[in-house]
Design a protein around this ligand. Structure first.
Ligand SMILES: [Zn+2]
Length: 475
């Protein structure tokens, strides 16, 4: 057996060792109490033991990692505990994109070889990132199990318990979220209704007829479907649905959006947090102690399977607890894509303060409102699309959809136009656009023009709405 195989066997054995309660929940309210409620010292000990197996595995099985170790003058023995992680500068998407471009089509940042893929390959997924070419990730059946197990732990915490019926309104494309949830639900033996490949009316009828209790969709789609039910003469709040599991766009962290959706459906919102690169599975999940109307939102990050940090956006140095920075993840729960210090890049603040739900894993306070890649820079003023969203949705009389168009005018000046819809045809002719311009100016300190369209003009999307259209002439 060569070093690549030896380190792979050692890594797989370590993964197996810490996959406690692999098949079913140990308690009705907590899947794996010895992990979910482990002491902070125990969590650090597990992270350290996993790192000692993951680092040599990456060195021997990923050309991307091998080159990086050599460039930095480091050996696997230099990173033996979480305290050593700071020796390893964060890996960002640009570095992965460059690797994928230099080594098409898979890049060398994962640890799946063609041989492993042929013999034990499970599924291939693609990053849905907003920057660069899509990067693909091939996963094995080892990942499938690790993934179903991690997601089951998170879903149980979010209220996925016996008695619920889950309606998955997702397209089942090459995105990790829906598939990961699907396999976890299978492990949990919870009944599901797959809702891919049908229009909103068909989905509305399924809700009315078969009474699912939990819906999976994007926040925009939850609004769209709720309005459609209203137009059909039904009240979404009176349906069987009591929980909305939202993904693709931030929901809990965007107060006006959250309030709109909760009021429309009279339902609780829960979310996952994660990314394709550093984890096939969930990285975080809504804390069960987090109820409707309690602010701010809080997301637990799973620390026995990952190491979470926030870093300064400029220096990329780790920030102490309580400081707002960008998320960085070291993934220790995958055969195919364990990553060391991958810059996920969402702004948040971490807290290890004891949580009322009994779980000991660190929480992201305020949840996640914007990825640094999404930052809009207009004439030197920086803002997140969610800030515009907050303005649109805080204003009475606006519809649920909106888009942001950036362009360059004849004088060469970059401008922003926010396009939204009237809530209904009856409200046409109001001074909505002027009020929206003022709202955005006060929230973002930027002058934009607003355009208010007839209801139903803007397209409805099923997965991750493309809100920003950048048509600026590049200098
Ligand atoms: Zn909690």
């Amino acid at each position: 057996m060569d070093n690549a195989d030896k380190t792979r066997q050692a890594w797989l054995a370590t993964l197996e060792k810490f996959r406690r309660d692999p098949d079913r929940a140990a308690r009705p309210d907590m899947w794996s109490p010895s992990l979910d409620a482990a002491s902070r010292d125990e969590l650090a000990a597990i992270q350290n033991e996993k790192l000692r197996a993951a680092v040599p595995f990456l060195y021997e099985n990923s050309a991307f990692y091998r080159r990086r170790f050599e460039r930095l003058g480091l050996l696997p023995s230099d990173i033996r505990s979480i305290d050593d992680l700071e020796k390893w500068p964060v890996v960002d998407k640009a570095e992965m994109v460059a690797d994928a471009a230099a080594h098409p089509p898979y890049g060398t940042y994962t640890t799946v070889t063609d041989d492993v893929w042929t013999k034990r390959g499970w599924m291939m997924f693609s990053s849905s990132g907003s920057t660069g070419a899509p990067r693909v990730f091939r996963y094995t059946h080892v990942d499938r199990e690790a993934w179903a197990w991690a997601n089951a732990r998170a879903l149980l915490a979010m209220g996925f318990v016996p008695g619920e019926t889950v309606f998955m309104m997702t397209g089942y494309g090459p995105h990790v979220w829906a598939w990961g949830v699907q396999y976890a639900l299978e492990k949990m033996e919870l009944p599901t209704i797959p809702g891919g490949g049908m229009d909103a009316k068909a989905r509305a009828n399924i809700i009315l007829r078969f009474a699912p209790t939990i819906l999976l969709c994007t926040p925009s789609y939850a609004l769209h479907l709720g309005r459609l039910l209203q137009s059909m003469g039904h009240d979404p709040a009176a349906t069987s649905v009591h929980t909305l599991f939202l993904a693709g766009e931030p929901a809990l962290a965007v107060e006006p959006t959250r309030r709109r959706i909760e009021a429309l459906w009279d339902a609780r919102i829960v979310e996952f947090y994660g990314c394709t690169e550093a984890s096939p599975h969930v990285g975080g999940y809504s804390c069960p102690a987090q109820q409707r109307d309690t602010a701010p939102a809080a997301t637990h990050l799973m620390e026995d399977i990952q190491v979470w940090e926030v870093v300064d956006p400029d220096t990329r140095r780790t920030l102490p607890e309580g400081r707002r920075g960008l998320t960085v993840c070291t993934n220790l729960n995958s055969e195919s894509s364990p990553q060391l210090r991958f810059l996920v890049g969402d702004y948040t603040t971490l807290s290890t303060e004891r949580c009322a739900c009994g779980r000991t894993h660190v929480r992201a306070i305020g949840s996640f409102a914007g990825r640094v890649d999404d930052l809009i820079n207009l004439r030197g003023i920086k803002m997140f699309p969610v800030q515009i969203e907050e303005a649109v949705r805080a204003l009475p009389g606006t519809g649920d959809e909106f888009e942001i168009v950036l362009s360059t005018d004849d004088a060469g000046l970059d401008t922003m136009t926010v396009r939204c819809e009237h809530a209904d045809h009856a409200s046409r002719g109001t001074d909505l656009s002027r009020r929206l311009e003022a709202e955005i100016r006060s929230r973002c300190e930027v002058r934009v023009s607003a355009e208010v369209l007839a209801p139903g003009t803007l397209p409805k999307t099923e997965f991750k709405a493309q809100r920003v259209k950048d048509r600026r002439r590049k200098a």
